[in-house]
Design a protein around this ligand. Structure first.
Ligand SMILES: [Zn+2]
Length: 482
């Protein structure tokens, strides 16, 4: 799910004083890279790349090898009445009524009230269908309670999702429970796969929210003018993706047709959203982060409730002269990921994930499907001299796909995009999109072989052979046999 800048790899974020990071060549260029990218820093933990790069678009949280990726259950409220229950009821009623004074009442101290006033004023700008705080666990300290902010955004989430906080409680002089501290949970609560903190409403002092068509676009109020300028192009991208899907007549029972996009130009802020503590991926320009459905258990068909798209708006797609096209392209890519994300069935401690070439190939296809000349120039500059043999297939494994080397990573994107494009040209978009969602629904090598037969009427090895021929035709400079 991560979106790789074309033509030019992002360099590690080093903003010049008061300025933006380096920008790539003009978008129309797709030119060979004018410089060798510096090697990205090595990562200590294996999978941060995967997360971000999320080809699979999954939110992967955890460090030091601990992976809380998919738990068997979503966050589940504890049954029974707790002494703190009246506090949650008061907060939820206040939120529903947009009553700021009532919302702030349980929070003690000027600093905490100031913090929560900002959160409240941000929250009331969001078109929630559901929004409530609920207790999930009491940790060993006794005073600190795990809290889920369970929410569903209208037109965006197919089911409620959650964000995890830690509230510290005490009793006031009258014996009533009050809250003395609020933090994001620093690790997932039991039975959940991530804290998914912070959301933009936690980060921004004053949040700008633009709603247009299928999209909700959020930024710092300081960037409200830019956000208003970009939003029509993001909305158009969502319309383009949905129109393509609708025209294909592919199945759409779980297709998500709306999107929430956060635009942030400061890299250290951008890289925090929904994944605090994770390492920045310097090659990432945007990402689609998929949030588990609240309360899902392993038997549920719907494991994921919705997506959050984050984009680094300091990069060339937003700042070049051709920004209109750049914004539409990255938006089509990430919204493409978000559309099919609800089909994802990965769960448990060792989830089987959709092949990365399928997820990124689909997003790359949606991004580029009506830009043939520009896409071909990128294909040719990227794969010039690339070596293929009889065993070459597009990269399935996300660690390998999201290579630390920028050129290698971009080759993987292009090869995956060519696989889905070949599939769509040869077998039609209906069969291709149905193949993609079937892969999300039931990933794995043996399932994939069956999906090739069922949706495309071809066996996998024949498809791969024909795909290699397609790549060679598209890029005459590809080397090797097979
Ligand atoms: Zn992607």
């Amino acid at each position: 799910m991560s979106y790789q800048p074309t033509g030019q790899p992002n360099v590690p974020f080093q903003p010049p004083p008061g300025g933006f990071p380096q920008q790539g060549p003009p978008l129309s260029g797709y030119a060979p890279q004018p410089f060798a990218p510096p090697p990205p820093p090595k990562r200590n933990t294996g999978k941060i790349v995967g997360f971000i790069a999320l080809g699979i678009c999954f939110l992967l949280l955890g460090g030091g090898g601990a992976v809380f990726l998919f738990s068997s259950k979503g966050s589940t409220p504890i049954k029974g009445v707790s002494p703190t229950q009246p506090v949650y009821e008061a907060l939820n009623k206040a939120l529903a009524n947009k009553d700021e004074d009532a919302f702030l009442k349980p929070f003690q101290g000027d600093a905490l009230k100031t913090q929560q006033r900002k959160v409240f004023r941000n929250l009331v700008k969001v078109p929630f269908k559901t929004a409530r705080f609920e207790r999930v666990a009491r940790t060993a300290g006794g005073e600190v309670e795990g809290v889920s902010f369970v929410h569903q955004i209208k037109g965006v989430d197919v089911a409620p999702v959650y964000e995890e906080y830690a509230f510290t409680f005490t009793k006031d002089a009258a014996g009533a429970q009050v809250v003395t501290d609020v933090k994001g949970a620093d690790h997932p609560f039991p039975d959940t796969s991530g804290a998914f903190y912070p959301a933009p409403w936690d980060v921004y002092d004053d949040m700008a929210v633009e709603q247009l068509g299928r999209v909700v676009v959020i930024s710092d109020k300081a960037h409200a003018a830019d956000t208003q300028r970009f939003t029509p192009y993001i909305a158009k991208a969502a319309d383009d993706d949905v129109a393509a899907w609708d025209r294909s007549s592919a199945g759409e029972s779980m297709v998500s047709k709306g999107a929430l996009v956060v635009l942030e130009p400061k890299r250290d802020v951008y890289s925090r959203f929904y994944r605090e503590g994770e390492e920045n991926d310097a090659l990432e320009a945007g990402a689609n982060l998929v949030l588990p459905r609240h309360g899902a258990d392993s038997e549920d068909k719907t494991q994921f409730g919705g997506s959050r798209i984050v984009m680094d708006s300091s990069l060339s797609r937003f700042t070049s002269r051709d920004w209109r096209r750049g914004v539409k392209q990255i938006s089509r890519h990430e919204i493409g990921h978000a559309m099919v994300a609800p089909y994802n069935s990965a769960r448990g401690a060792l989830p089987v994930e959709v092949d990365t070439w399928v997820s990124e190939g689909f997003a790359g296809y949606m991004e580029s499907r009506d830009n043939p000349a520009q896409t071909q120039a990128d294909n040719r500059s990227t794969l010039q001299g690339y070596l293929m043999d009889y065993a070459t297939t597009p990269e399935s494994d996300r660690d390998s796909f999201y290579a630390q080397d920028a050129n290698e990573r971009h080759q993987n994107y292009v090869l995956a995009r060519l696989a889905i494009r070949y599939m769509a040209e040869k077998y039609g978009e209906k069969g291709t999109f149905n193949f993609v969602t079937a892969e999300y629904r039931d990933p794995g090598y043996h399932s994939q072989k069956a999906h090739f037969q069922q949706y495309l009427g071809v066996d996998r090895s024949t498809f791969m052979e024909k795909w290699r021929a397609f790549v060679r035709k598209e890029v005459p400079g590809v080397r090797g046999e097979g």
